[in-house]
Ligand binder design. Structure first.
Ligand code: AMP
Ligand code: MG
Length: 488
């Protein structure tokens, strides 16, 4: 009987149709002893891939970057970016694109290895990644997906059998990242700065064809493209704010054109509601604090707009005028998504004028009394008012009464309102102490059970029938402020 190895990869190399400056072909950098530690079977199935073949020695060798998948041509993508406001040449310094996989439904997905070794863009880095940070990206990106937030996803995590040097010695790992694409704001900044007009145009046409194909034949397609990216990013950032997600490193190279969340470095979810929350140890100024995220996204989009100017109109003043006009839509679109979402979290179907103060007042109370963000909305959903951190505090009673009145004005049943709230308020998020505990067991003890349990829980964040009460509790008081690191 033939036992032919076939994962089901169906790779194209469309990125290589772009001008040469946009990428570098690279040789793979084999690792000593690749071992699969996590495979996302659900994702594999949705991509039309065979999990058994992926788990086999040959399948693992491929996603460790030791051998090349048939049809794949490894390249590193060039890009630039504003890192904490400073413009720099970057590029895939520790990642490679194997190609674009065509899914059974005909969609195109980038297949990228992260931690796969040095490339021409590595600068001083070793091109490698640690097991902890790769498992962290796996768990947070899966949580985001389950929360209904557009995101890149993680297909596999493979340990390399090699140590890497960071502040301490860490176990090396390679993650396979699946993305609608890895086109970033920084990709356009790179082409605008170092490419010719034609090269920039080729990139923009590629992005449009891939993500916004209906614009392809439109005369003013570059302006429309900018508008579409603005629209998707405004929707995305509103979703982050609504669940209390803090990205931590919103540099322009970490913002996609597709509207997916990318690059899970120092990100984390907020427990106590505090708009100034920053987790990243390197974000000293709080540039990427929770409350700054919408503005920073706007700033990043303005960098995209600038990069596109030569394509928007040949007359620079006219181009600037049109791009600025497009940018004015951003805060409005963001606000609409955020208000609608906040309304839904409170069981309100259609936002009205007075609802803004209802929302603001609740957030003010939460800030004043340090209430837990996720649990406050979860308990409001469940009607367990006495359990809320705000119960018995000044003004909460009045707020609650006002809210109840507002809900009664709606011509719908209580059940209906509760359903809306259940869909809008996760019962669990990947709380920082839970993530740490899962990573510690996996990395230090090779015990993946804690990781697997957490993964199961965060995969159903809106399932109010589940018994996840253990995962809704806060870290012990002794744990101090949570800090995250870039993991580079
Ligand atoms: P990130 O913080 O992951 O967004 O990475 C920012 C830039 O640094 C990107 O160009 C990465 O490819 C590069 N980089 C991060 N870590 C490494 C590493 N260990 N080796 C080489 N390049 C890296
Ligand atoms: Mg990055």
């Amino acid at each position: 009987m033939s036992n032919k190895f076939n994962v089901g990869w169906n790779l194209e190399n469309t990125y290589m149709s772009l001008p040469n400056i946009m990428f570098s072909a690279i040789n793979v950098n084999p690792v000593g002893n690749p071992q699969l530690v996590k495979l996302n079977k659900e994702l594999a199935t949705s991509l039309g891939l065979n999990s058994n073949a992926l788990e086999s020695k040959q399948g693992v060798e491929q996603l460790a970057g030791n051998t090349i998948i048939e049809g794949g041509i490894p390249i590193a993508q060039a890009y630039a970016g504003h890192q904490f406001g400073h413009f720099t040449m970057l590029g895939d310094g520790r990642a490679l694109l194997l190609g674009e996989h065509i899914s059974p439904s005909g969609e195109l997905f980038d297949v990228q290895l992260k931690g796969s070794g040095r490339t021409p863009y590595s600068r001083g880095g070793d091109g490698r990644a640690g097991l902890g940070p790769m498992l962290r990206e796996y768990i947070i990106s899966e949580a985001m997906h389950a929360l209904g937030i557009p995101t890149t996803r993680s297909l596999t995590v493979i340990t390399t059998g090699e140590d890497i040097m960071r502040e301490t010695v860490q176990r090396g790992a390679v993650m396979t990242r699946i993305a609608a694409s890895h086109l970033r704001v920084g990709t356009f900044q790179f082409a605008a700065k170092w490419g010719t007009h034609e090269e920039l145009q080729a990139l923009a046409d590629y992005a449009i064809e891939r993500h916004y194909p209906i614009l392809m034949n439109k005369e003013n397609r570059y302006l429309l493209f900018l508008q579409e990216v603005i629209t998707r990013q405004a929707a995305l950032i509103a979703k982050w704010q609504l669940v209390g997600f803090i990205h931590g490193v919103m540099n322009t190279d970490n913002m996609t054109i597709s509207g997916e969340t990318i690059d899970y470095g120092p990100c984390a979810f907020m427990d106590t509601y505090n708009p100034n929350t920053v987790f990243s140890s390197i974000d000293i100024q709080g540039r990427y604090a929770y409350e700054n995220q919408p503005n920073i996204a706007g700033w990043n989009l303005a960098r995209l707009a600038e990069s596109l100017l030569p394509l928007i109109h040949e007359d620079q003043d006219e181009a600037v005028k049109q791009a600025q006009e497009a940018m004015t839509a951003y805060p409005k679109i963001y606000e609409t998504h955020w208000l609608t979402g906040m309304g839904n979290k409170l069981g309100i179907f259609n936002i009205e004028e007075g609802d803004i103060s209802l929302i603001d007042n609740l957030l003010q109370l939460m800030e004043q009394y340090g209430a837990d963000y996720t649990n406050t909305f979860r308990l409001l959903t469940l009607g367990k008012i006495e359990e809320i951190d705000l119960y018995g505090k000044d003004n909460f009673d009045q707020w609650h009464e006002k809210w109840q009145k507002r809900l009664e004005e709606q011509d719908v049943s209580k059940d209906f309102i509760q359903q809306l709230m259940q869909k809008s308020n996760p019962i669990v998020i990947p709380r920082n102490h839970r993530v740490e505990e899962a990573l510690e067991a996996a990395v230090e003890k090779e015990d993946y059970s804690v990781f697997e349990n957490l993964l199961k829980v965060i995969s159903n964040p809106y399932d109010y029938s589940s018994d996840y009460i253990d995962y809704t509790t806060l870290p012990p008081d002794t744990s101090g402020p949570y800090k995250t690191f870039c993991g580079t």
